[in-house]
Design a protein around this ligand. Sequence first.
Ligand SMILES: [Cu+2]
Length: 736
Amino acid sequence: MSEPRRRPPGPAWLALPALAAALAWPLDPGRAPQAPPCAGDLRAPYPESVAEPDLYCMALLPTPRVLDASGVAELRRPPGPFSLALTAEGGIRYRVVLTTHGLPAPAELGAYTTYVAWVAAPLLSSVERLGQVPASGTALLGEVSLDKFLLLVSAEASADAPAPGGPFVLRAQSPSSRMQPADFLEFMLGASSIPAGDSGMAMTGAAAVEDGWGAIPMPAGITMLPAMMELRPRVTPWRPVSAGTVVDARPRELVRLADGDSIDLDAVLVRRRVGDRTLLGYGFNGQIPGPLLWVREDATVTVRFTNRIEWPTSIHWHGIRLDNRFDGVPGVTQEPVLPGERFTYRVHFRDPGIYWYHPHHREDVQQDMGLAGNLVVESSDPGYYGPAHREEILMLDDLLIGPDGAVPYGLERATHALMGRFGNTMLVNGAPSYRLEVRPGEVVRFLFTNVSNTRTFNLSFPGARMKVVGTDVGNFEREAWIESLPIAPAERYVVHVRFPAVGTVPLVNRVRGVDHVAGRFVTEQDTLGVIRVAGAAVDDSIGRSFDRLGAHDAVRRGIDRYRSRFSGPIAHELELDMRTRDLPLVVDRLMQVDSAYFHPLEATGTMPMMNFMSTGNEVRWILRDLDTGAENEAIDWRFRVGDVVRLRLRNRRRTLHQMQHPIHIHGQRFLVLAVNGVPNDNLAWKDTVLVPVGATVDLLLELSNPGRWMLHCHIAEHLEAGMKMVFTVEESASPR
Ligand SMILES: [Cu+2]
């Protein structure tokens, strides 16, 4: 089955050097073809464009009155701190850049003086003005965030026309409109019914599955094909069993460690309460999350780790630029720590910020069951983050719990290899109902870490303003207002939120799910916690400072010495891809139908059975070096300490299934220079970046730390299905 291709109506808009110049496109002096996403042939072989035209471009077709005219719209990421711009509801925000060619003078069509572009819902239930466009040329227009939409251009008597009055001359459908209810599936695959309309996504039903897997939770309101319900992973189901006494999981404890201090960490089996369920899990020192380790910047601490669980394991110190020997990657930096064995880590903390630690072996099981803890590295500057009344450290997670308890894991290989194990129970600090009490006017600093296997959250506090302050390895150059916080697995963000008035404010995750079979979007909303605002108002000097966006001059100055490298050549280009083999026919067929459109962000699990049955036997996720063709661990990059290189990550869309990938680089730090060619103007050091489907992300990687380091996707199941590589950083021959 071939993918639909839009054949543009005329060749005139194809080569648009003027567009690039007009919009100051960052032309790449390094490798040749870096065109804006929509400046080439939309059918050209990827990767000639800087983003996937199939997802980020729309060819506009002429109406019969202007058959020689044409147009193309680019769906451009608006500037902002995240690689994907979302609304609080989870819609993807795009800035529309519209290029028209060959439209007649408006007066030739009647009493008109100009052309105006509009965005409309598919059935024209709403129409909004996007801005004025020329008869031939390029205009930067307003934002679009509808799931599916039409772009329309009409001739108008006035540029200020509040609604379309004149004739339409150009129109196009959003790439997401390619998703349609697949009526023929009923015939082809035996779907009993394809419901219409929108509904919530609460996991209400469950598929009773025999043979040791228990019952698999199903999202309500999402179409399931009967043939899908028969699917099983071709691995042995594994769930923990308690032999002898099992300790009850405790909430985490704060452990302050001074330079030179030591701590014992044991991975143990625990019994945990999640809502009204009792489950077996794993905890560091019996705690979920693991102990909150608090250190000062530049401290070195010793961690004596003992493995008291039944899997081989290790501890990885996520985001810490430590000595390679202690990075905790079995097979790369150490042997796995076998059950009953010990390993001693010496961890040095160079950079202030919020970090975390977790196993680096079968994370899909061990991390999911509770082995994850936060680390706070306190800055020597007491005003590092700016003023706030209090600080809350929140670890976000989700668990997949069916009527028979936690859904078993795969013994030989991870299940859920396609999309990762999306949970149906949201957790904050290991528990399903986070509560906080504050006084009116309080500014709360939240330090968020996403430790879920695959879920990208889109957090907001409706009714309270939020600004982003910092991320993985320190602060942004300056604070920025945000309407929501998209946070991918392994990412961290520091935000300040002000709660102005008495009442309650929920912490919500709001995303758009894709019902692939019915070809529609659905709303998913989860309340992760509740902030109760009560009592006397606080003194407002911190509140007043909250209203101003602060600048982090030290961060900006620190980045200044790298700016001359921003436009250097691209050292390596990695394509993110996947391959399948031996998939059941029903899955393969459905994936082919499905591949007509991939949403840039798969924010929730709407294909639970197809996902559940897939393992590393059927699915291989791939990092491919575009220079050598080498894949995953066959890639062999070599650098020297002091190198500063540009990397380009391209998330290939033209494949059977694609998904966003949070790419993590061990032992170093990087800047996200640009997404889909749009440069970032507010930078921060990071160790994990979300690469949306079909997107291109440019990084500036600083090689500051010698050793053999991993680069991998932080979706636990994608890592287990191969999506990893190792690069080498050699000691510098001479001081730099
Ligand atoms: Cu991935």
